[in-house]
Design a protein around this ligand. Structure first.
Ligand code: IFM
Length: 579
């Protein structure tokens, strides 16, 4: 036992010092067992007495290690991805899974918590919750849907606040805040310190209204992957419909061009806060937001069709979804405005093409790291509002979130031309004008270059993404905390791009393209209440669907454009090389 033990308490710290007699060349082990309770824990009135009584009963490290290891083994049994042929990808993808499931875990299902953009590892953004979930939730949807459900419930509990926020801003439905915390009120700062110049400036990022549609996306993705009708009936549809109603109130119809428009908003690219010289924050017709509104309205319509009659009637009554409202939704889905130039490049917003080109190489030469061009330009007395540049993927986000055929349908529905090379044109145009001031941007570029078959380019992005936190490539930000979005994005690339697994309305689609040295990738997914085991090589896919002794169902799985009905409990080996 230590000869002396000193306990020191400070305002935000508590620590112990021990004095022990030691002998040379002998090793000593210090065991510290901690018990933590909070007043928010179920069945806990006095956290201190609970902690004291539990610590008294706690056994030593070895006894505690057993259940801890078992719990982690069970989690890895669900979440793991095994990669043969590339140790770096293997190690870092596991490292990313580990950090994500530390942030939201089975514990989260018992508490009212969202998924903070920087995990629980540090204090950047004060633990706030943004839209980064769109890069992460797939992991929970497909491996531990109860966790997704609890993260969605965090939003549902704040739906009344989102309604109030919409009303305060003269909109209908529910508008969620760009940054959310305990109460669901808008938490985004209104001024921002530019460390490059030491000056404070306005911060308009709260007008990124796309956050609400990202929540609708998360609701739909959860439904798509789980078919959890109970959730849809009681919570999901209400959120989706309320957000759709907000979307329909965000747009304004113009008789001049017979189109619906949005204005006074910002897209995911946080560099453009307003038009050059304008005192009013926001830009007009951000394509990403406009298309996302159309998508949300279409999914909201679909949700109404899916709901049992009684639930539909109840929600229509409660949310005021009368014929006029639903007709408006329909009209918007045909007449929302997009701006596409003759080359097929979608304008990030109205006026983007009229801005000045930036001399990228001059800035690169002068500053080396130009990720935060906004701060650089402002410190020179200029403004990013004047230039054709983007902090992060904005137009390209559309192609990251939605399958290509869906984007094609959305755009053609609006009466615009979408050709095969639209995606490439947009990738070339915007990747040349993006500074990647957010790590999320790299995920999007990785996915799209993969879609375009640009193997070397997408490999470069993937390595970049993997290094993001472990090598702290943003230059010091990982020391503050990890980046949950890029971590989730890396896993998404492994599943959705490399293993090629996509969950569509009526089937699972698998179109693998294992990169460079990846010989084999193995994982399982929990698809609509069934575990599907997958093992993919460059030449074959092995599939096994788990089922009870008496189960006799099959799951439609499309592999390289051919539809199979894969029976439960049989091991299927499908060749990828045969025509
Ligand atoms: O949500 C992101 C945003 O897109 C870029 N800035 C950081 C936020 C939190 O990660």
């Amino acid at each position: 036992r230590p000869s002396r033990e000193i306990l020191t308490k400070e305002r935000k710290k508590i620590f112990q010092e021990f004095r022990i007699q030691v002998q040379k060349k002998k090793s000593y082990t210090i065991e510290k067992v901690v018990s933590i309770f909070t007043s928010k824990d179920a069945g806990v009135k006095d956290p201190l007495s609970h902690a004291v009584s539990s610590i008294k009963k706690a056994q030593g490290f070895d006894a505690l290690l057993g259940p801890h290891t078992m719990t982690w083994a069970a989690l890895w049994g669900r979440f793991d991805i095994e990669i043969k042929g590339d140790l770096f990808s293997q190690a870092i993808l596991r490292f990313h899974i580990f950090h994500i499931i530390q942030t939201a875990s089975p514990h989260s299902t018992k508490i009212d918590a969202g998924l903070p953009a920087r995990g629980l590892h540090g204090e950047p953004y004060r633990g706030h919750i943004f839209w980064d979930n769109v890069f992460v939730m797939h992991l929970f949807d497909l491996h531990y849907p109860e966790i997704s459900r609890s993260l969605l419930m965090y939003r549902y509990r704040r739906l009344p606040r989102a309604r109030k926020y919409a009303k305060e801003n003269k909109y209908r439905g529910a508008m969620f805040p760009w940054q959310s915390a305990s109460t669901g009120e808008e938490e985004t700062q209104e001024i921002h310190l530019n460390p490059k110049s030491g000056k404070w400036g306005m911060d308009n990022s709260r007008i990124q209204r796309h956050i609400s549609f990202a929540i609708a996306y998360n609701v739909w993705q959860y439904w798509q992957k789980t078919r959890d009708l109970k959730f849809l009936r009681h919570y999901g549809a209400e959120m989706l419909l309320s957000i759709a109603k907000f979307g329909a109130s965000l747009v304004k119809y113009s008789r001049r061009d017979n189109r619906y428009h949005t204005e006074g908003i910002m897209g995911p690219d946080e560099f453009h806060e307003k038009y050059p010289g304008s005192p009013k924050p926001g830009i007009k017709d951000n394509s990403y937001t406009n298309l996302f509104i159309v998508w949300t309205l279409l999914k909201a319509e679909k949700a109404l069709e899916i709901l049992p009659k009684r639930d539909r009637a109840r929600l229509e009554r409660a949310l005021g979804l009368d014929k006029e409202e639903l007709d408006l939704w329909r009209d918007i889905t045909f007449k929302m405005n997009l701006i596409i130039n003759d080359d097929g490049v979608i304008s990030q917003f109205d006026g983007f093409f009229d801005l000045r080109e930036l001399d990228w190489s001059a800035y690169q030469k002068k500053y080396d790291n130009i990720k935060r061009l906004d701060r650089i330009l402002k410190s020179e007395g200029k403004s990013p509002d004047h230039y054709k540049l983007a902090k992060q993927a904005d137009v390209l986000m559309i192609f990251y979130l939605f399958p290509l055929h869906e984007v094609e349908n959305l755009i053609s529905r609006l009466g615009y031309r979408f050709t095969k090379d639209t995606l490439k044109k947009n990738y070339d145009y915007y990747s040349a004008r993006t500074s990647h001031g957010s790590s999320l941007s790299k995920v999007v570029h990785c996915y799209i270059s993969h879609l375009l078959g640009m193997r070397e380019e997408s490999r470069g992005w993937f390595i970049n993404i993997l290094k993001s936190d472990i090598h702290d490539t943003q230059g010091g930000t990982t020391r503050e905390s990890i980046h949950v979005g890029v971590m989730g994005g890396s896993i998404d690339i492994a599943f959705r791009a490399f293993a090629g697994v996509e969950i569509l309305d009526d089937r699972v689609k698998i179109n693998p393209a294992l990169p460079w040295s990846w010989e084999n990738v193995k994982f399982k997914i929990f698809y609509r209440k069934h575990w599907i085991y997958l093992s993919i090589t460059k030449n074959t896919i092995t599939i096994f669907i788990q089922g009870r002794a008496k189960s006799t169902f099959a799951i439609p799985i499309e592999i390289r454009d051919k539809l199979y009905h894969i029976d439960v409990k049989k091991k299927w080996k499908i060749s990828l090389t045969q025509k």
